[in-house]
Write a protein that binds this ligand. Structure first.
Ligand SMILES: [Zn+2]
Ligand SMILES: [Zn+2]
Length: 449
């Protein structure tokens, strides 16, 4: 448990610390806060975005049941910005009587350890994780959401433009500061404030724009669910189409597609298409790009599939130039439709392979090969920055779940969309915001070359 000046100043979590730094509170000097930040960071290992959603989404229904008077609950902090690593779980609630709602939360059966309680705020342990809950009146909801969303430098930049007042909506916070509203995912961008000076901002891609998911795994490779359950789950989400893309035979996955399994899968998909006439089911494969740049699948097999995803899973100890050459060889292969998790980033472990991304974006744009924003929490790749650079180079992106279990199908798509939004990606930049016939036309165009 932390003690001393910081606790007196209400600094209990990383989110508090961000705020205290942003507000430059007089009683605490910045070097001290920085030192404390390091301690808290060691104390509370950041969570992967997927795990953070797990904890928060499981807890939100409990909160809603406990506090029927709270008419809005929203995850805030780094989660709301779709940061790949989340330090500090924050939830904001809105009600006319915050103190009463805080009392209700304190009675939560899962609230094993209440670490702090005041009329507008409670910090408790949920599933072993600190959960910082702020409950506010409607007139201040926008301000609290804005302050807790962060990041601290952005909050400070906006607040110093004009003496802040309480706002009911975040749009009011920005307009009071003479700025255009910035979506949470864009607030980390170096050019955020510059963009907010523009008279209007583009509408970013949203989960509702997504018509289908072109990357998912089933029990034919290392997925947990049978193909049929994935297809029905996708239909229940309102998707118009999906691609089934299990791993190629020599991929490092625990189970992969042999030629015999692929044929069985083909038969099952044909049957499923008859059972589900409204769902477009594309038969695809996630094919490994081998160390020499060739693909882990014969050309005639790839030609028999509707879509081919190529992935650089293993570096094979190769240097930047060799990895770039491998990736470019796959992009230039006429049967490759998209490159999945192109940088092969591993969140928290590896920022992505060191490659010549400009050359990769140029080749993808020239050949009509889509580059993926992969929503699996370990990937979230392309990152927002890279997605933005790819779009600028004229690349068509595809946002996928890369889902291995049904219950994550929607969540991983949302995380993919959140990642793309960090790079200012719009619906028109994304292949799977388009109807199936346009997707098919895009895939056919490359093959025709
Ligand atoms: Zn993969
Ligand atoms: Zn995959």
């Amino acid at each position: 448990m932390r003690e001393g000046a910081l606790v007196r100043d209400g600094v209990l979590t990383m989110a508090d610390l961000d705020l205290a730094i942003a507000e430059r509170r007089a009683s605490v000097d910045v070097p001290e806060l920085r030192r404390a930040a390091e301690t808290i960071a060691q104390d509370q290992r950041p969570l992967m975005l997927g795990r953070a959603w797990d904890v928060v989404e499981t807890f939100l229904p409990t909160l809603a049941a406990l506090c029927p008077d709270v008419d809005a609950w929203e995850a805030s902090g780094p989660m709301r910005r779709s940061e790949p690593l989340v330090s500090g779980l924050v939830i904001v609630g809105r009600t006319a009587d915050p103190a009463r709602a805080i009392d209700c939360v304190a009675r939560a059966p899962v609230a094993s350890g209440v670490m702090h309680q005041s009329p507008h705020r409670i910090v408790l342990l949920v599933d072993g994780h600190e959960m910082d809950i702020r409950i506010t009146t409607p007139d201040a909801y926008g301000s609290v959401l804005f302050l807790t969303t962060g990041p601290a430098p952005h909050v400070a930049d906006v607040l110093k433009r004009r003496s802040p007042r309480l706002c009911a909506t975040e749009a009011d916070v920005y307009s009071h500061a003479g700025l255009a509203y910035l979506p949470p995912e864009t607030r980390d961008a170096a050019d955020a404030l510059e963009r907010a000076h523009q008279p209007s901002l583009p509408r970013l891609v949203a989960r509702e724009d997504i018509r289908g998911d072109l990357h998912m795994h089933t029990t034919y490779s290392d997925g947990r669910e049978p193909l049929k359950r994935m297809a029905h789950g996708a239909q229940a989400l309102g998707y118009e189409y999906i691609a089934i893309t299990d791993h190629s035979e020599h991929a490092g996955a625990s189970r992969t597609l042999t030629a015999a399994l692929l044929e069985r899968q083909r038969v099952e998909i044909a049957q499923l298409r008859r059972e589900m006439p409204r769902m477009g089911i594309l038969h695809g494969m996630e094919v490994d790009i081998l160390p020499d740049g060739s693909l882990d699948c014969p050309d005639d097999t790839m030609a028999s599939l509707d879509i081919v995803l190529a992935s650089l899973h293993e570096s094979g100890g190769q240097d930047s130039a060799q990895l770039t050459r491998r990736c470019l060889a796959a992009i230039r292969h006429p049967l490759v439709s998209a490159i999945t998790h192109p940088a092969n980033q591993v969140v928290g472990r590896r920022a992505g392979y060191d490659m010549d991304y400009d050359a990769i974006y140029a080749a993808a744009a020239e050949t009509g090969t889509a580059l993926e924003v992969d929503g699996a929490p370990a990937h979230l790749d392309l990152s927002g920055d890279r997605a933005q650079a790819a779009v600028r180079a004229g690349v068509t992106l595809v946002i996928d779940s890369d889902c291995h279990r049904l219950r994550a199908l929607d969540r991983q798509m949302r995380m993919g969309v959140g990642t793309a939004r960090r790079g200012w990606v719009e619906p028109r930049h994304v292949l799977n915001t388009r109807p199936l016939r346009e997707v098919r036309a895009f895939l056919a165009r490359k093959r025709a070359h």
